[in-house]
Design a protein around this ligand. Sequence first.
Ligand SMILES: [Zn+2]
Length: 412
Amino acid sequence: MSITIDENRLLSEIEALASFSDAEPPAVTRIVFTPTDLKARAWLKARCEEAGLTVCQDAVGNTFARWNGSNPSAPVVGAGSHIDAIPNAGKYDGVVGVLGGLEAIRSLRQSGFHPTHPIELLIFTAEEPTRFGIGCLGSRLLSGTLSADAARKLKDNDGATIDEVRREAGFGGELEEVKLPNGYYKAFVELHIEQGPLLERQTIPLGIVTKIAAPASLRVLIEGAGGHAGAVLMPDRHDALCAAAELILVVENAASTTGASDTVASVGICEVFPGAVNSIPSRVRLSVDVRDTDLQRRDGVVRTIEAACDSISDKRQVSIQSELLNADAPADCAPAIIEALSQSCRKHELNFIPMVSRAYHDSLFMARIAPVAMLFIPCRNGYSHRPDEYAAPEDIVRGALVLAETLAALSK
Ligand SMILES: [Zn+2]
C-alpha cells in the first residue's frame, strides 16, 4: 500500500475553509453556530460525503464522518479536531487536524486499503470558549466530563442558552445523548499545529505528544480598606494590592519550586479598585492559572496558593476569598498510539521528538473515554490565535501522511 497525500487538494481546501470567516483575510473569525460557522459546516459535510463518508451529527453539532470497516461493530479508530476560530485568528488551528484527517482518510481509500475497524473523522463543536465561556464544549459532552444539565446552564453573551442556540442552528435531540459509550473508540488521534516554537527551533518536522497538560483556575477576591493615599499612615493600612502582590509572588514561587519544568502558573488578571492615583486600593480581583502534566503536583501548587490566601489574610488583616473555577485533569497519551505514530514516522524516514502539549485540546477530554495521542507539526514562530498563524505546505502534508499511515496501522 502506498499512500499519496494530494497536497493541492488539501491546501486549496484549507484556503476554502478560511473563506468562511467574519473577519477580513488573512484573519479568520468563526464562532460556533453563527451563520458563518453553519456555512463552513455545510461545506465541510459536502466534502466528507464527496469522499464517500457517511456523516452524522449529534445534538450539540459534533460531526462524525465514517468509513465503515469490514467489521462495522468493531471499536472505531478516530481522527479529528475543530474548525471554530476565536476572533481574529488564523486558518490552521484545528483545521489542519480536520482537513488533514479528511485527506488522510481519502488517501487511504484511494490506496486500496481496507480497514477492519471503522475509521471516523470527528469535528468537535466549540473547542474555543468564545461563545459559551467554556472550551472544548463538544468533547466535554462526548466524554461525560460536562453533564447535560451543567451544559444547559451555559449562556452566550446575549443570554441565549445552548439549547436555544443549537436548536436554532438545526441540531435537535437531547444533550444527554451526546456522551459516547465506553469502548466506542479503539484509538483517537488529533493532528494539530504545535502553537509553540519548539519544532521550528529544532527544525524537526513532527512532534508526538506523550502528555497533555491541563489547567486549574482560581478567582481570588481580596478586600482590604481604602482611604486617602496621603491621610492614612502606613501602620493603619490594609492595602488590598499589597496583599495581592504577596500572593502573586507565592504563585510564581510555588510553580518554580516543584522541581518539574512542566509546572507553570500565572496571574493573568489583576483588577484594582478604585484604581485612583491618590487612593489606597481597597479591593483586588486576581485570576490564577496553574498548569501541569501531573495532577497531584498541580493540585499541590493550588493548595499552596490557597494556604497562602489564609496566611496573608491573617497577617495583613484583609479578607481573601479564593474560588476554584475549574480543575481539569491532565492526560497521558496511549503508548500503543504513540508507538503507531513513531513507526509511521520511521517508515517515511521522518524525524520526530516526543512532546508535551501545553495548550489543551479536545484530546484532553477524549482521553477520559478513549486511548488518545496527538501529532504536532511546526507553525511559524510558534504563532497561533492570530492572523499570521502559518504552517508550511510540506509540514501539513507530512502530518497528513503520518496520520494516514497511523490510522491504517490502528484499523487493520
Ligand atoms: Zn486548536
